[in-house]
Design a protein around this ligand. Structure first.
Ligand code: UD1
Ligand code: UDP
Length: 362
């Protein structure tokens, strides 16, 4: 059986790593890895392959950055001939990025069965490009691997046949639990390099278009973060989308800014930074899950989340785009009244093994 994985953006690499490893244990499977090239900076791509031990891609489509339509179309055009040539028995796609939906669409039309890892998540917000990608990918997939039971409920409601749906747990957590001991060993170097102390800093990431694409909104958030940095050290590894928006807007984020702004860091460093943070402020999907697993308070700068279990069971709180609410929640955490959470069912480090078992069962 030949399984062809398609990945393209940072969170995809973290999701594919444990699935490739689990399938390696099944000697009936030959694996091929296609990188679409959606993300391409060393610290957004190569570093994850190295740190997570992902084999080098067999093919890189090198699509790079462009508008949604152009990027999606280029992935579709370039992957079609690869699929026709390699004739995989199944294509696996991950998460909710443009690479995910593009590969699913081409595979489905070539009648190659598609497996979607991280199926069923819904924010119910169609202004989010990822929500469009999730809805379409799940309609195209033959096997839908969900991380939590809300995913199953969403899919059933949308008319997906129950036999196609498999509640397997969270592959992000497979990688996190596998890499945590190594990540923790990064602390002595990190704290010296960044001059930080355990539990004495807030870690920030932002990259959602709704937060960073408009100068007014980005300015409002940056101003709130500046105010926060009077209460606690703020460290902010800046996503390239956000870096570009800061550069093209007239925001005053100069060297003298009290927020410690750094380039995106590798996976091990980032997990170590999350583990030792007093709190995390983010709009990332994966980071809402990782903080829940690590038991670190997370304030999500979004009005909704496709990962509701991180709020109902975990340490996540949605503050929306309300900066007063953000301040209040930070104060609550700093006063020692942080929300406590539990780890959701099946977030046990074995989701990929379940996926590999299902893929090789027939
Ligand atoms: C994409 C995903 C998003 C995911 C995020 C993870 C879609 C629609 N969006 O958003 O769901 O949460 O990845 O990080 O698929 N850039 C670089 N170097 C890179 C990559 C990007 O400089 O290696 C810059 C370019 O200016 C580019 C911008 O970032 O235009 C946005 O990149 P893109 O992949 O289009 O979207 P993301 O915001 O990264
Ligand atoms: N991450 C990282 N370095 C960083 C920021 C994030 O390794 O500087 C990791 C993080 O631990 C998580 C993943 O990237 O595993 C989340 O990706 P991102 O926020 O880009 O995408 P999303 O999950 O929102 O789609």
């Amino acid at each position: 059986m030949t399984i062809l994985h398609v990945v393209g953006a940072r969170p995809n690499f973290i999701k594919v790593a444990p699935v490739v490893r689990a399938l390696k244990g099944k000697n009936v499977v030959r694996q091929l890895l296609v990188h679409t090239g959606q993300h391409y900076d060393i610290n957004m791509s190569d570093i994850f392959f190295t740190q997570l031990g992902i084999p080098s891609p067999d093919i890189n489509l090198e699509v790079g950055s462009s508008s949604h339509a152009v990027q999606t179309a280029q992935i579709m055009t370039r992957i079609e001939s690869i699929l026709l040539g390699k004739k995989p028995d199944r294509v696996l796609v991950y998460g909710d990025v443009n690479s995910t939906v593009a590969a699913a669409m081409v595979s489905a039309k070539l009648l190659i069965p598609v497996g979607h890892v991280e199926a069923g998540l819904r924010s119910f917000d169609r202004t989010m490009p990822e929500e469009i990608n999730r809805l379409l990918t799940d309609q195209l997939a033959d096997l839908l691997f969900t991380p939590s039971s809300d995913g199953d409920e969403n899919l059933i409601r949308e008319g997906v046949t129950p036999e196609k749906i498999h509640l397997v747990g969270n592959v992000m957590i497979d990688t996190l639990s596998h890499m945590l001991p190594e990540a923790e060993r990064k602390w002595p170097l990190l704290c010296a390099r960044l001059n930080i102390e355990k539990n004495r800093y807030a870690l920030v990431t932002l990259h959602r278009p709704s937060n960073v694409d408009e100068t007014a909104m980005l300015g409002k958030i940056m101003s709130a973060l500046k105010d926060l940095s009077e209460k606690i050290h703020v460290i902010f590894p800046i996503h390239p989308r956000t870096r570009t928006r800061m550069a093209t807007s007239c925001l005053n984020v100069s060297e003298s800014c009290p927020i410690q702004m750094i380039d995106p860091v590798g996976y091990l460093d980032f997990i170590c930074l999350q583990k030792n943070a007093r709190l995390v402020i983010t709009d990332s999907g994966g980071i809402q899950e990782e903080t829940t697993f690590l038991g670190v308070p997370c304030l999500t700068v979004r009005e909704n989340t496709e990962r509701p279990v991180t709020v109902s069971m975990g340490t996540n709180t949605l503050v929306g785009q309300d900066m007063e609410r953000l301040h209040l929640e930070v104060d609550r955490i700093l006063a020692g009244r942080a929300k406590r959470g539990a780890i959701p069912p099946l977030w046990d480090g074995r989701a990929s093994e379940r996926i590999a078992d299902i893929l090789t069962a027939s």
